[in-house]
Design a protein around this ligand. Sequence first.
Ligand SMILES: C[S@@+](CC[C@H](N)C(=O)[O-])C[C@H]1O[C@@H](n2cnc3c(N)ncnc32)[C@H](O)[C@@H]1O
Length: 310
Amino acid sequence: MEVKEVLEYAKETCGDIIFKTHYLYPFTTENIDGYLDLFDLKDKSLLTVGSSGDQVINALVMGCEDVTLYDKVFESKYYYYLKCAGILTLTREEYLKFFAGFEEIDRYYTKNHEFFNKEIFDKLKPALKYLNSDAYYYFDELFNLFDNKQIREGLFTADEDRPKALKVFNRYLHTESLYEKARKKIEKIEPVFIQGDILDLDPDRKYDNIWFSNIANYLGLRKVPLMAARAYNALNDNGKVLLCYLYATQATSKYERGWTDVYNLKRLYKKVEAYEYELKSFEGVYPISSRYYSEGEDKDSVLILTKKKQ
Ligand SMILES: C[S@@+](CC[C@H](N)C(=O)[O-])C[C@H]1O[C@@H](n2cnc3c(N)ncnc32)[C@H](O)[C@@H]1O
């Protein structure tokens, strides 16, 4: 796809509140930190969805040197480079203030004048130009034409957690030294970007790890066998796929009527029984991020399939 074509669409969505056919996520909505250690990423390969770029950045920090961002949203590539330019140029706190901060989930946001601030963008520009010229052209044009609110509403979903939670979910934001590590990795490793639907995933190579995020929530139980088959074909022996991220769910959770059908664990397991699978739980998104901080009983889980040697 040509940058000019992608930019034309962005100009329409930023200039007018029109219904978007697709959008970027400003940050991950998952506790990525919770599942990072369940995968062997060091010197291994990963194919992941994730238009926020956070899945990729966290994997780089874990020593992954061969990463493919596969997402149906083409602009994920440009946003990844914008985030990287932010990491290369800004301190950890400045980075959070520039990228997180439009949604009024918390009062903190209303006071954030640095969010998508044009002057800060101008500071990032040299790094963005150095990293990727199309991403530079795309965002430079948008920041010249539109204000921060227009860009945010035009390109992104409003689904974003508080900075406090984002710092927990993203290992690269945990400490200064991990942020520094992200900086070094970004300069060294060039991800591969592929636009596509996971239901059509049929790469010409294989991966050690695949992450499908919570896409199963949207596709529904009926598509789970196809997702599993696509991932399986694309995995190396002993490779693992994160087939679905399940919010506020663990093995003992009871399914309630009205929930998305993938949360019906018995039925979900049935769909993958031909594979070796496990459900792994960890500290969830909601206890960390709820506006009304709860007791932290809820956990999130990931369903992982492992490809055993035939
Ligand atoms: C399901 S969304 C939700 C956000 C996600 N929980 C996260 O933390 O990034 C995850 C990503 O999957 C992408 N996506 C959704 N459906 C897809 C599909 N069928 N094929 C490829 N990518 C898809 C979206 O563009 C988005 O970047």
